[in-house]
Structures are given as C-alpha cells and as structure tokens.
Design a binder for this molecule. Structure first.
Ligand SMILES: [Zn+2]
Length: 133
C-alpha cells in the first residue's frame, strides 16, 4: 500500500533524501548540462507521481532548474547540452531531455533532428505529452 505524503514538507523532505543516491549516480555533476563544482538539487520529472521515487528524478544545477521552472528564463541555446543526454541509460535523464528538446524544437531544427532519432516506448511518449514542459 502506498504511503501518504499529505503535506508538501514531507514530500520535499523525501525528495531531498534522494540526494545521496543521486550524487553517486551523477558523479556530482549536473545530469543535464554536466556542470560540476556547483550545487545540485533533485528535480522530479513531470508529471509527478503520487509517490516520489529516485528513478523519476534528475539531479540538476541551479541554472538548469531556473530555466525549467521559469519559462521567461528558458534559453534554447543552453539546451544544446542535451545532444548526448537523450542517449542516457538513466531513464529519467533521457525522458527529461526529450521533453526539453521537444519544447526547443518548436523553433529550432537542430532539436527536432535529435529527437527524431530517439526511440521512446508508448508509455514514455505519453509521459512526454503530459509533461507540461
Ligand atoms: Zn545544469
């Protein structure tokens, strides 16, 4: 049975508790742009599930987070860094990269060229459609 996270603080605490595992997985560098020596935080890939899991999260730097959370700060050129991330063996990194490149591809053909070559399962495609990014 799923445990309930009835307030935001519990959920936020739980998500930040993934930090140790994600530090190891990421090698302490941003899982999107590769920045190292910067502070990293846990980002849940949308749409978020009732029960957060580290496998649905990506460890990212402040710059990537700001662009994702604030559409006014979103700069297409920053996301060139995702060219090889779409091939990541970490599912959450791959799918978040596709979500972002899909948005970039609305105006940039280099981004459509990349995502055209990426294979996604039906389930992953649906997640991308519902992401809201
Ligand atoms: Zn980054």
């Amino acid at each position: 049975m799923a445990r309930g996270y009835d307030n935001y603080k519990n959920r936020a605490d739980l998500i930040s508790s993934f930090g140790r595992e994600l530090t190891r997985r990421s090698g302490s560098s941003c899982e999107l742009c590769g920045a190292s020596g910067v502070s990293l935080s846990v980002f849940e890939v949308p749409p978020v599930k009732v029960e957060p899991e580290s496998s649905d999260c990506v460890f990212i730097c402040g710059e990537c987070r700001e662009q994702l959370e604030n559409p006014k700060k979103f700069r297409n050129s920053h996301w060139r860094c995702l060219t090889d991330r779409v091939w990541s063996e970490t599912g959450s990194v791959k799918i978040l990269s596709v979500m972002i490149l899909k948005k970039v591809s609305l105006t940039e053909s280099w981004a459509s060229d990349i995502i055209e070559n990426v294979y996604l399962s039906d389930e992953e495609n649906e997640q991308v459609e519902r992401s809201g990014i």
